[in-house]
Design a protein around this ligand. Structure first.
Ligand code: URA
Length: 215
């Protein structure tokens, strides 16, 4: 039987995780100008590339309402998207900066800001139907880029695949049913780039792989 998941745009009203909903309420009190709601996907609805991150950052996506926008992790990501022809500008500053993504859409495994940037296992699971709905609504998304292990696992769950179907590995590509390809990368977080776990060059290599998959 075909599963029908929630329509992707409705996630902004979601209050399914009490801990996250309460946290967003607290943060909104402290920062009244911040967005402080579930952050919906951003970009081209018919994109062939879907990028899956972890969750909004406190002073970035949670403040601006757009994935990776204002977050340190977004610096390398948006610059790389521009370099590889997916973005109209090398920076994403705010939700109204006019930036356009072409053939690319960005979403997160967890749509709400989690305390300490760490969503709980149950929250990742509860949020997963949104990602499943996004994938179901985007049959054109041929390449899925998972930024980090949590995103990798969330994509498998969202597609109804076993976790044993493929193992996360930076730069790895996994053929998925239906002709899709899952590409893995270390998350472009401040921690990973500052420690040298992820370099700009190796992130660019991942995008070279993606471009070759999209030819
Ligand atoms: N901002 C996001 O939107 N997602 C991440 O994974 C990190 C920062």
């Amino acid at each position: 039987m075909k599963t029908t998941h929630p329509a992707p745009s409705n996630c902004v009203e979601c209050t399914a995780c009490p801990r996250l909903t309460n946290f967003l309420r607290e943060v909104k009190t402290e920062y009244p100008d911040y967005y402080c709601k579930p952050v919906p996907p951003f970009g081209d609805a018919k994109a062939r590339l879907l990028i899956v991150g972890l969750a909004p950052g406190m002073h970035g996506a949670n403040a601006t309402g757009r994935p990776f926008t204002g977050d340190y992790a977004g610096i390398l990501l948006y610059d790389t998207l521009h370099r590889f022809g997916f973005g109209s500008a090398p920076e994403s500053r705010s939700a109204d900066d006019g930036l356009r993504l072409t053939d690319c859409r960005i979403t997160n495994a967890v749509k709400c800001l989690p305390p300490q940037n760490k969503p709980e296992t149950g929250e990742i699971k509860t949020c997963n139907p949104w990602l499943a709905g996004e994938l179901e609504a985007s049959p054109e998304a041929k390449v899925i880029l998972a930024l980090g292990l949590i995103a990798h696992k969330a994509v498998l769950t969202a597609l109804g695949l076993k976790q044993s179907a493929c193992t996360f590995g930076h730069g790895a590509t996994h053929a998925l049913p239906g002709g899709r390809v899952l590409v893995d990368s270390y998350h472009c977080s401040r921690y990973n780039t500052n420690t040298g776990r992820l370099t700009e060059a190796s992130f660019h290599d991942v995008f070279r792989t993606i471009r070759s998959q999209l030819q």
